[in-house]
Design a protein around this ligand. Structure first.
Ligand code: UDP
Length: 449
């Protein structure tokens, strides 16, 4: 998602019908029905009618870049188009604040170390600034807070007797046992979540059982009709790629991801070099920057410098959505070499395009790739390279797996289907008085890791 498309109001508002800020359009429901069938659309309409004008607010830390912003760009206008008032606001933070929250993210995903007093001070002072600037300027029914950056807002803003409910949506590849070993971090995050009425995890294996609040399991979604995912003709694909100086005759392997240590782009380059020993191909690494990710630019520059002598390695930055779409569609094999992954919308996007994805068996990727069936899970560079070599030689196998991948996404991870879970969760929390704090509601099958 390119940054220039997004305009934020001074108060952080990105989308609000109330304020007349509705910058994104969505196709009519009948277009979605052509893709998912009439049944899910009927269910969606029934559920939304039963919500009696429920008003929702989404709070996150970036207007673009990364999976959360990607999802909100689709889901917020979509919900408004079916009569649900869903607003989107982005919190403000300095470079220092986002350095702290990036560290927080690293620690939550398992990096060694713990939070420091100084980091906590910086974090809370920014949260207080957001509170002072009246980040919530009306009374919604349900506030969704995405990821740890705005987490403590609930603690700061929730008042005894308030009618509105707070739900924290954790998109991170989080591990309870590892988290408990970091005392400060554990206390910080448990203190933050303790103010919420419920928490949403992406997968069963992320659930933090110790937290005394209702838990929901809802995987993310992609919009099949967005610029990123809509069908493209062969000519459109060619045009996009030739515009980037890519020879479309040579097989492409690619990874689309922020330039981030957890996505391991260096590892992708090593895998590609091994593949190249036996198969002719080129590599595309496309990534963007997010305002809440201060490390991206440096990682990009380093990677670019390290690969500058290989003309078959293309490192792209800040591509348009249609260009990302074209790269995914033109790729013979797509890699997702993440070491940790909350879900991996890039995997979903590739699978929806009928592509075979080769990925590490981590985090939310295991929800999507059933090994050998809807894609391939690999451990280590050698296995990854061998699998990719095999796939480059076997277009038929790629086709079979790709078709299954697409159907799997159609069934489980498309906007009109998955968004119902989100609404049911909000409605349940909004209307139910006493929910047992140990309850777990899952909208998705519980897979073994
Ligand atoms: N993305 C993009 N341009 C890029 C790189 C990534 O638009 O150059 C998008 C990608 O298509 C996906 C999202 O950013 O929709 C990344 O989401 P994901 O869940 O894979 O990873 P995250 O960045 O949230 O960890």
């Amino acid at each position: 998602m390119k940054g220039e498309k997004v305009v934020l109001l001074e108060d952080g508002t990105l989308y609000s019908k109330r304020k007349g800020i509705t910058p994104f359009r969505v196709p009519p429901l009948k277009e979605y029905a052509k893709i998912v069938g009439e049944e899910p659309i009927k269910e969606l309409e029934e559920v939304s009618e039963g919500l009696n004008g429920m008003r929702m607010l989404e709070l996150n830390s970036t207007p673009y870049g990364g999976g959360v912003a990607e999802m909100l760009h689709s889901s917020v206008p979509f919900l408004n188009s079916i009569g649900i008032e869903d607003e989107w606001k982005v919190i403000k933070g300095s470079k220092e604040f986002f350095e702290v929250t990036k560290t927080l993210h690293h620690l939550l995903q398992g990096k060694k170390g713990d939070l420091t007093t100084e980091a906590e001070k910086i974090y809370f002072s920014t949260i207080k600034e957001n509170v002072a600037s009246n980040i919530i300027d009306y009374e919604p029914d349900v506030v969704f807070v995405h990821d740890p950056q705005p987490l403590a807002l609930a603690r700061e803003l929730k008042r005894e007797g308030d009618k509105w409910k707070w739900i924290w949506r954790c998109h991170i590849d989080i591990d309870e046992r590892a988290l408990r070993r970091k005392t400060r971090l554990w206390n910080f995050i448990s203190y933050g979540t303790g103010a919420f009425d419920a928490v949403i995890f992406t997968a069963a294996h992320f659930v933090i059982s110790q937290w005394p609040l209702p838990k929901f399991i809802i995987p993310p979604l992609i919009d099949p009709l967005s610029e990123k995912n809509r069908e493209l003709s062969e000519e459109e694909i060619k045009l996009e790629l030739e515009g980037e100086d890519i020879n479309t005759e040579k097989p492409i392997i690619s990874q689309i991801s922020r330039f981030d240590h957890w996505k391991d782009p260096e590892g992708v380059v090593s895998i590609y070099k091994r593949v190249r020993e036996k198969e002719e191909c080129q590599l595309i690494l496309a990534g963007g920057f997010a305002p809440d990710d201060p490390e991206g630019e440096k990682a990009y520059k380093e990677l670019k410098a390290r690969t500058k002598d290989d003309r078959n390695i293309h490192i792209f930055c800040e591509c348009s959505d249609s260009c990302i779409n074209a790269i995914q569609r033109a790729s013979s094999v797509i890699i997702q070499n993440s070491r940790k992954e909350g879900f991996g919308l890039t995997v979903t996007e590739a699978m929806w395009k009928g592509k075979t994805v080769v990925a590490r068996p981590v985090g939310g990727i295991t929800l999507q790739i059933r090994d050998g069936n809807t894609g391939f899970l690999v451990n280590g560079e050698e296995e990854a390279a061998k699998r990719i070599q095999y796939l480059l030689r076997n277009p038929k196998r790629r086709d079979i797996v790709g078709k299954r991948a697409r159907e799997y996404v159609r069934e489980h991870f498309l906007l009109p289907v998955r968004i119902v879970d989100y609404l049911l969760c909000a409605d349940f929390i909004n209307k139910t008085k006493e929910i047992p704090e140990k309850s777990i509601v899952s909208f998705h099958p519980w897979f073994k890791k």
